[in-house]
Design a protein around this ligand. Structure first.
Ligand SMILES: Nc1ncnc2c1ncn2[C@@H]1O[C@H](COP(=O)(O)OP(=O)(O)OP(=O)(O)O)[C@@H](O)[C@H]1O
Ligand SMILES: O=P(O)(O)OC[C@H]1O[C@H](OP(=O)(O)OP(=O)(O)O)[C@H](O)[C@@H]1O
Length: 214
């Protein structure tokens, strides 16, 4: 049987995703969690893991160099890749929101919105019938309104601590985000049995965790 290649996001999703795989019975070696290697083979499971930046996971899966990936819904919405989203893993929960300084008066015809998610932000304001100018940043988005670069931001909120500590307020909630299991369409045809088994095993864990969390 040919092996499966899974693109894992480095960073904050990684640990929860690895936990989920372990709960599903996959034997991942302990060094898996703090290795600096970018390709990790687990021969006993016939799986190769590649470790990618969270924003790049969809790219590896769309190009078919990974059969499967784990990606935040935020990345899926921003990138709109040709991949199948097969399971909501219900991990790394957060949401996308519009935020700004409290009581800020916006007088510009097209107020400036700073974000790491230009496509999501443009669609959102278009749907609201609001004209805005999008400014793409790669991080520390909350800085933009404080320093006068933008009137508002579109960014991820999880605990709300970053907004609070920077004196910003949430203005509108755009959508909830969790991590998703995604699959390359060709891989799904060629390796359907292996992929179905993985999806099945992970679904049982996700459903079980949900019951525990109730
Ligand atoms: N508080 C949060 N902030 C950002 N992303 C979060 C948060 N909570 C969950 N997530 C999820 O984690 C993913 C981002 O993970 P992470 O922050 O490790 O990557 P990153 O933003 O590329 O990091 P960096 O560029 O700082 O290395 C998002 O795509 C989102 O789905
Ligand atoms: O509501 P909170 O729990 O405070 O989390 C939200 C913050 O976390 C993320 O930033 P991250 O830590 O990834 O740093 P970045 O600004 O470099 O993207 C996100 O962009 C927010 O700034």
């Amino acid at each position: 049987m040919s092996s499966l290649t899974i693109a894992m996001p480095k960073g904050r999703i990684f640990e929860e995703a690895a936990d989920l795989l372990r709960q599903a019975g996959y034997r991942l070696p302990p060094e898996f969690d703090d290795s600096r290697k970018l390709i990790l083979d687990v021969p006993e499971e016939n799986i190769r893991f590649i470790l990618a930046k969270p924003m790049d996971v969809t790219t590896y899966v769309e190009h078919g160099v990974a059969d499967i990936g784990i990606a935040g819904k935020d990345v899926m919405l921003e990138e709109e890749r040709d991949v199948y989203e097969v399971l909501d893993l219900k991990i790394s929960a957060c949401y996308l929101a519009v935020a700004g300084l409290p009581g800020a008066k916006i007088t510009d015809v097209a107020p400036k919105v700073a974000t790491k998610y230009p496509s999501v932000a443009s669609s959102y304001f278009r749907e609201q019938g609001e004209q805005v100018e999008i400014i793409k940043l790669n991080g520390s988005i909350e800085l933009a309104p404080l320093i006068g670069l933008a009137d508002r931001i579109v960014d991820i909120v999880s605990t709300g601590r970053t907004l609070k500590e920077n004196g910003l307020v949430e203005l509108e909630r755009i959508c909830n985000i969790t991590s998703r299991l995604i699959v390359n369409p060709v891989s799904y045809r060629m390796k359907d049995l292996q992929i179905d088994e993985l999806v099945e095993r992970l679904s049982l864990v996700v459903d079980g965790n949900e019951e525990v969390n109730l």
